[in-house]
Design a protein around this ligand. Structure first.
Ligand SMILES: Nc1ncnc2c1ncn2[C@@H]1O[C@H](COP(=O)(O)OP(=O)(O)O)[C@@H](O)[C@H]1O
Ligand SMILES: [Mg+2]
Length: 232
């Protein structure tokens, strides 16, 4: 739950009082053109950007927390560009995703759980992350975030640069994770039709403000959204 969130990179605000709600167990989409403030919104939530306003997760306030504390509260951020450790192996990347945890047995179980969702990662477990395909790296980034056992996953443009077939595979797994693990997801996507087909609620950002939100079926019918973001 985010209310009146403002954020700045140092001079001037990039977010001008954003309010949005990611309902528990749901996928919420954050749409908007390049530069609208989508990445900044995720960074502000996860504490990587100077912010004020209200940010709460299950009643707990996150707004004055450092990134590590936000992560400890169960918010996993999959950044744009994926942020995998390219020199480390797939499995080392997954272990790094659990760096805040101490339960060894649980970590091993969760590595298997990730391999269950992403069998290709198990096949490549010893391989350097930098040698994976783009789609595999994105899967690894999501897998690494899962190692935190998050309540909420922040996903920044997961489809970026991937072939259509890989995108549909990845989004199929995201839907499965959402359904089976009751994982809440805040999904940032420039591909509006994909996001609207995946999420249940959508918010549209323009220059650091929410200009439209609602159930995806409604947002999809909106004249501006159709013309500017769906191209029909
Ligand atoms: N590191 C940064 N320092 C200063 N301004 C930034 C930085 N990153 C992004 N911005 C600015 O913040 C605004 C929102 O950017 P961003 O959140 O990346 O948009 P989006 O993810 O929707 O493309 C843009 O005007 C951008 O130029
Ligand atoms: Mg961005």
């Amino acid at each position: 739950m985010v209310k009146n969130l403002v954020a700045t990179y140092g001079h001037g605000y990039v977010l001008h009082g954003i309010s949005l709600e990611v309902r528990e167990g749901e996928i919420t989409a954050l749409l908007g053109a390049n530069g609208a403030g989508k990445t900044s919104t995720l960074r502000a939530i996860s504490g990587m950007l100077s912010r004020s306003g209200e940010i709460t997760l299950a009643g707990q306030s996150l707004v004055s927390m450092a990134p590590e504390e936000v992560a400890r509260c169960g918010v996993a951020h999959v950044p744009d560009g994926r942020g995998t450790f390219v020199r480390q192996s797939v499995e080392e990347n997954l272990r790094l995703g659990a760096a805040l945890r101490r339960d060894k047995a649980g970590i091993l179980q969760d590595i298997d759980r990730v391999y269950g969702y992403f069998p290709v990662l198990e096949k490549r477990r010893k391989q350097q992350a930098g040698t994976l395909s783009g789609g595999e790296q994105q899967m690894l980034a999501v897998g690494r975030a899962l190692m935190l056992r998050p309540r909420l996953m922040l996903l920044d443009e997961p489809s970026f640069g991937l072939a259509p077939l890989v995108v549909s595979e990845l989004f199929g797994i995201l839907r499965k994770l959402n359904a089976q693990e009751k994982l809440s997801i805040l999904l940032v996507e420039q591909n509006a039709s994909l996001a609207l087909a995946t999420a249940s609620t959508a918010y549209l950002l323009e220059t650091g403000r929410v200009v439209l939100f609602g159930p995806c079926e409604e947002v999809r019918q909106n004249e501006t959204v159709r013309r500017s973001y769906l191209g029909h």
